[in-house]
Design a protein around this ligand. Structure first.
Ligand code: XMP
Length: 326
């Protein structure tokens, strides 16, 4: 039997009951696989790795070592949430690495999108490897591979993580949700007691705000982007759009325009709002945000975020525009 093929008899996990049955089954399987050995997991705080972490904590407790690398390109509050939920509430064995300076120093002056992505990806593996090689007695590497990853046969997660391990380190893979679809991972996550906001969070690219802080990233513009994005998310949550819109974010380009405040002219960046709906991210349509809310968001961003003096709305569907600006 191919372990990477979902059996036809496997029911879609849509209820708490089915999720609990899956969890019980996986806990037994994980304990059988892992025994008294140690497991390592790169915990990004995304849905998949969070659910895998919660499952493993239930199954093997402190034998799981989670490493959370903050690359400095997280959205506001995300690393804090990982520390709060996994470090404190679930009392996990969590290693938190603030690698912000390493990433931002390497990215300084780099404006080409593909190069930015490569730098972020390579440095992530380097930081993770460094942490992994400090640990002793690790036998397994857990991954948040889900069924679409296998179907799309990208193997991106597996390839990156395994390919990036220190030489000589032999880990066996632990992939407890590899036969699940995203919606099922979410139901399982809720059954495991993870916060709703973590389980239903919108997709967020691996390179994080790095693809939304356009051109060469600077700390002040990255800070402005993070604050403006937090306001957009807060307002979408307050106004019932957070659970409805598939993906919404702010991008900040690397040019300024003139603005006026207290009778003084000053230069500031524009914040571009993008809010899209899609099922598979291959095509996307534009969410029609009520104008009153847009005015309110504009007012808040331009008054609360240092450095931003305009708010623009992106009305471009995919195609012709991609979802991210890069
Ligand atoms: P585009 O911009 O190509 O994005 O229309 C399609 C979807 O993919 C997300 N995205 C990524 N997700 N790692 C990810 O896990 C990445 O490097 C990455 N780049 C883009 C993007 O946010 C959108 O949802």
């Amino acid at each position: 039997m191919d372990m990477n093929v979902r059996p036809e008899s496997m029911a879609r996990i849509t209820t708490l009951e089915l999720a609990n049955a899956f969890i019980d089954e996986q806990i037994a399987a994980l304990r059988a696989q892992i025994g008294d050995k140690k497991v390592l997991l790169a915990l990004s705080g995304g849905v998949d790795s969070s659910v895998v972490a919660a499952l493993l904590i239930k199954a093997v407790g402190k034998q799981l070592v989670c490493v959370h690398v903050n690359h400095g390109l997280m959205r506001k509050g995300e690393s804090e949430q990982v520390i709060e939920v996994f470090g404190k509430e679930l009392d996990a064995n969590l290693i938190y690495v603030d690698a912000t300076d390493r990433f931002l120093d390497l990215l300084a002056g780099v404006s080409e999108p593909e190069r930015k992505r490569k730098i972020i990806g390579a440095e992530f593996i380097k930081v993770f490897d460094e942490e992994a090689s400090k640990l002793e007695g690790i036998s397994f590497l857990a991954q948040g591979t889900i069924y679409p990853d296998i179907l799309e046969s990208k193997g991106v997660k597996a390839h990156h993580n395994v390919g990036g391990l220190p030489e000589g380190m032999q880990f066996e893979l632990v992939e407890p949700v590899k036969l699940l679809y995203k919606d099922e991972v979410r139901v399982v996550g809720e059954a495991l007691g993870l916060p709703h906001g973590m389980v239903y969070r919108q997709p967020f690219p691996g390179p994080g705000l790095g693809v939304r802080c356009l051109g060469a990233i600077t700390r002040d513009r990255l800070h402005a982007l993070r604050e403006a994005d937090a306001i957009l998310r807060e307002e979408f949550e307050k106004n019932g759009l957070a659970g409805k819109v598939w993906q919404y974010f702010v991008a900040v380009p690397d040019f300024t325009s003139v603005g006026v405040r207290n009778d003084q002219r000053y230069m500031g960046w524009p914040a571009i709002i993008r809010a899209v709906n899609t099922t598979d991210a291959m095509t996307a349509t534009i969410e029609e945000i009520p104008y009153a809310l847009l005015h309110h968001i504009t007012d808040r961003i331009t008054h609360e975020v240092e450095g931003i003096n305009r708010v623009c709305l992106d009305l471009t569907p995919k195609p012709i525009g991609t979802i991210e600006w890069e």
